[in-house]
Write a protein that binds this ligand. Structure first.
Ligand SMILES: Cc1cc2nc3c(=O)[nH]c(=O)nc-3n(C[C@H](O)[C@H](O)[C@H](O)COP(=O)(O)OP(=O)(O)OC[C@H]3O[C@@H](n4cnc5c(N)ncnc54)[C@H](O)[C@@H]3O)c2cc1C
Length: 424
């Protein structure tokens, strides 16, 4: 087999891969950069929540992959099958062997419904929906809901855009009020979390939203099984809350539930929306690139600030697959990409002093209804990190119409025209 070679090889042409490739080409138009990605389409996933609420056209969330590959970058429409970082090479599904001087690993996240018993059988069918997997179907079901218990939930694994499971709930609530079915419905949000949002400044606003919308929240609830035939979602209650049921609930309501002992509860649903369980893709998890232990076990093992691999100095990772203690979002990628590019530039010019420039920045545009949004920006340690310029004009801890306009129009424009072009 002939081995192909590129100076910088990027795995995954999603948000991270395209942004890094474009920035590299700006820094050095002569750099030999290649991308590997099997996908026909590139997606702007942040708009899927709006698609699920009937306020954004799904077709506008995607563009042909070819149209976003930066000029001068080689694209292999192929999938990586296995890494061999000890020999600076990898193999692909179509039988290529490609070696590299520098590797950037960003193939995103794998959605794995099989990690919750019974879920794969019912997801995106009948009454179990997800904006993560089929936002158009989610909208069909939300639009035609006639009342009953609407259960919104999320898994115990890390997920991309941790706010999406509640954003779609706030939008559904708003829609059902306008459609006149909210009075016949109970909305329940069941989460393994212990609070509605990690950053106190934004949590306070969201708690008011939950109370205003009269949404029942169940904390400490770990989804373990979905009984699709009987429409029951089964949860294990985390030990910390078993002895203290008051901790488990905000805005209690009479709902149909079944207890087994004091730490298993089945909640009946008429419609369930969930973020399915998520992991690193298999070819990454089975490689030497992942952390073998600790909180980032199973994710690519990189330094939190330089994004350089902890064992392989010529390897970097960013985006959803990177093992970083912050929220997995496109907004995080926007701040990670310049760090990866700067550090690649330093290494290839012989420097070893890397820029520890990533502070864990991530952001969650928390849509709380049609025309309302709270822009949560934060860094490592759940510290608020709101943009100083935006904050001059808007209190981003509060619901705002201007932030909704940013979400619906401003951010998609910025994504396609600036970020993917390496200019933002
Ligand atoms: C419903 C939803 C709402 C969201 N809302 C927001 C939001 O409001 N704000 C925000 O900032 N972020 C949001 N996100 C998250 C954001 O979309 C992701 O964090 C971001 O896309 C991560 O970029 P990435 O490049 O790591 O992964 P992706 O953009 O997912 O790209 C991964 C790429 O890797 C490719 N790939 C997979 N396997 C292989 C392989 N074997 N070989 C080669 N290539 C491979 C895929 O084809 C894909 O093109 C949301 C996501 C969802 C699903």
């Amino acid at each position: 087999m002939t081995t192909l070679h590129h100076e910088i090889l990027i795995i995954g042409a999603g948000t991270a891969g395209i942004t890094v490739a474009a920035r590299l080409k700006h820094r050095d138009p002569k750099a030999d950069v290649a991308l590997i990605d099997p996908a026909e389409w590139h997606y702007y996933q942040p708009a899927w929540t709006l698609v699920g609420a009937g306020t954004y056209n799904y077709e506008n969330t995607r563009r042909p992959m070819r149209s976003v590959i930066p000029k001068g970058v080689t694209w292999y429409q192929d999938a990586v099958a296995a890494f061999d970082p000890d020999h600076n090479r990898l193999t692909t599904r179509d039988g290529r062997e490609i070696s590299y001087d520098y590797l950037v690993v960003c193939p995103g996240i794998k959605i794995d419904p099989t990690l919750v018993e019974g879920l794969a059988e019912v997801l995106d069918k009948d009454d179990v929906i997800s904006v993560y997997t089929d936002p158009k179907f989610a909208w069909e079901k939300i639009r035609s809901f006639k009342g009953g218990t609407a259960l919104f939930t999320q898994p115990t694994t890390p997920i991309k855009c941790g706010g999406a499971p509640q954003k779609i709930m706030y939008l559904a609530d708003d829609y059902w009020r306008k459609a006149g079915v909210r009075d016949q419905s109970t909305i329940v949000f069941a989460t393994p979390g212990t609070v509605i949002f990690g950053v106190p400044e934004f949590r306070a606003t969201l708690e008011k939203v939950l109370d205003r919308k009269d949404i029942m929240v169940k904390f400490y609830h770990e989804l373990v099984r979905v009984d699709g035939a009987n429409k029951v979602a089964w949860y294990h209650i985390k030990a910390a809350a078993v002895e203290d049921p008051a901790k488990q609930v905000r805005n209690p309501k009479p709902i149909e539930e079944e207890w087994v002992g004091n730490d298993m509860v089945g909640i009946h649903y008429d419609l369930m929306h969930l973020a399915p369980p998520q992991t690193a893709p298999d070819f990454v998890r089975n490689s030497k690139l992942v952390c073998e232990e600790g909180p980032q076990k199973g994710w690519v093992c990189v330094d939190e600030h330089t994004l350089q691999h902890k064992q392989y100095p010529n390897v970097f990772s960013l985006g959803d697959v990177a093992g970083l203690p912050t929220a997995k979002t496109g907004a995080a990628v926007r701040k990670q990409a310049p760090v990866v590019v700067e550090n690649l530039m330093r290494l290839r010019s012989g420097r070893t002093d890397l820029w520890a420039g990533y502070n864990g920045y991530s952001s969650c545009p928390l849509v709380t209804g049609y025309g309302k949004m709270v822009l949560a920006e934060f860094a490592y340690g759940n510290k608020r990190a709101s943009d100083p310029l935006i904050s001059k004009f808007v209190d981003t801890t509060k619901e705002n119409y201007s932030m909704w306009l940013l979400k619906k129009y401003g951010l998609p424009f910025m994504y396609w025209n600036l970020m993917l072009k390496g200019r933002a």
